[in-house]
Design a protein. Structure first.
Length: 266
């Protein structure tokens, strides 16, 4: 019988392990809508980040302002067929953007190595399709990160914020109970997913969707501006249900040890 608190950590990808600022999905979404004559505001595009990309597109088209802009640009109200058309555009755009942004966030590989040294399994899930993930997996592996398991969008009947991707990973890796699983995610939908599954859930603030800045832009902020961004990001992740919020994945191992010592985990 082990005395460790956890058996499995499930990481998100963009904004958590790669792509500081979760920039690639935004670049592709904004570009896909621009092709149809719709100017998509970045803040609006980030609202449903973490969901499967088709669900994300569907949610955007359901927003009154976006729907109105779509109708003005295309002379027709958005319908389900438009989701499929946008996804056809998004697949190659997202794949290309994700591949370019697949640099590991500093400390990611080291965090995984530390978890494995404790005999903790490492899995991953994403709102990207498996086709989009192809080049990301290759680049991550070349940098020292290859998770034991991956669940992609559309590989479960429902995506985030449902817990089904987590259930799939746990079933296929043979890990239970869910209280011994950690979900690490930078988006509110991913945090909600972890909570729905009954996992210990960790939000990622600085490198993630809520701040939304590249590493260079984030580091260029003055202290007051940086802290303001972080305070807002931490608050949104806590409100979504995160048990703990860290700045980047580099802080994860220490945060888990501290939570365990303080009796904050089952």
């Amino acid at each position: 019988m082990t005395d460790r608190a956890f058996d499995l950590v499930i990481f998100d990808w963009a904004g958590t392990m790669v792509d500081f600022g979760c920039r690639a999905p935004i670049e592709a979404l904004v570009g896909a809508f621009a092709r149809r004559g719709v100017a998509l505001d970045e803040a609006v595009a980030r609202i449903d980040m973490g969901k499967a990309k088709a669900d994300h597109v569907r949610a955007l088209l359901a927003m009154p302002d976006v729907a109105a802009a779509w109708t003005a640009a295309t002379a027709a109200s958005p319908v389900e067929a438009d989701v499929a058309a946008l996804m056809a555009d998004l697949e190659p755009m997202m794949r290309e953007a994700a591949a370019k942004a697949a640099e590991l966030i500093p400390g990611a590989a080291q965090a995984v190595a530390a978890l494995r040294a404790q005999e903790i399994k490492v899995a991953s899930s994403t709102g990207y399709t498996r086709e989009m993930m192809g080049p990301v997996l290759e680049r991550a592996a070349a940098q020292g990160y290859a998770p034991d398991h991956l669940v992609c969008a559309n590989e479960t009947p429902q995506g985030r914020p449902s817990p089904l991707m987590i259930y799939k990973a746990c079933a296929e890796l043979g890990v239970w109970p869910l209280s011994r699983v950690v979900k690490v995610d930078d988006a509110e939908a991913g945090v909600a997913e972890g909570r729905a599954a009954g996992c210990f859930t960790v939000g990622v603030a600085a490198s993630g969707n809520a701040v939304g800045l590249s590493r260079e832009a984030f580091e260029a902020l003055g202290p007051a501006a940086r802290e303001a961004r972080l305070t807002a990001a931490r608050a949104s992740l806590k409100a979504a249900g995160a048990d703990v919020v860290i700045d980047t994945v580099a802080d994860l191992v220490l945060a888990l040890a501290r939570a365990s010592q303080q009796g904050a985990v089952p």
